[in-house]
Write a protein of this length. Structure first.
Length: 184
């Protein structure tokens, strides 16, 4: 789920940015240091929306930089258990597929791809009885079933596609068309 979060922190503006407009210098530091990072109780900070307040600067001896108490708003992405997401397959491995579901990837273990025995090969995962295949670049819908966000580098999100309305979007479209043809 995407949300706007307001943060307050002391932003360190290094001497190389002193010639810049103060607000632009602070924005540059926030973009470089915060975008893509993980914030406690907010998720992954995606992009700076706005610098709302800039307090007085404080100089710390022997540092050379100026620290400004700053209030700013960022767009954050925090995955929620049971949330339905759509994404693209970014990697196919013998144990499952990785899907880009926002700023990070989630794993659909091969046991959670479909209600079928799944084989790995030919650049994708294929159902033994259904012959359905999912491969790199495919779009799919999944549900978040497990979340571990200790750090962005070790973030783990478990996904399932073994529920009604989940799976490769092409499969879902075909199922929808077949249902509607049966009603005619």
């Amino acid at each position: 789920m995407y949300t706007n979060v307001t943060l307050r922190d002391k932003i360190r503006v290094p001497p190389r940015l002193f010639a810049n407009d103060l607000k632009k210098a602070i924005e540059e530091v926030i973009i470089n240091e915060y975008e893509g990072s993980l914030a406690k109780n907010a998720g992954v900070l995606v992009i700076l929306n706005e610098v709302k307040e800039i307090g007085d600067g404080i100089i710390i001896p022997e540092d050379g930089a100026v620290y400004y108490d700053t209030v700013f708003e960022m767009l954050a992405w925090e995955p929620r258990t049971h949330e339905v997401i759509e994404g693209h397959v970014t990697e196919v491995r013998e144990f499952g597929i990785f899907m880009r579901i926002g700023p990070i990837d989630g794993l659909v273990h091969m046991s959670q791809v479909m209600d079928d025995y799944v084989n790995y090969g030919k650049g994708g995962l294929t159902g033994k009885q259904s012959s359905r295949t999912i491969k790199l670049g495919d779009s799919a819908r999944a549900r978040i079933i497990a979340i571990s966000l200790k750090s962005k580098e070790s973030a783990k999100i478990g996904l399932t596609m073994r529920q009604i309305g989940m799976g490769k979007l092409e499969w879902l479209e075909k199922e929808f068309e077949e249902k509607n043809e049966g009603k005619k």
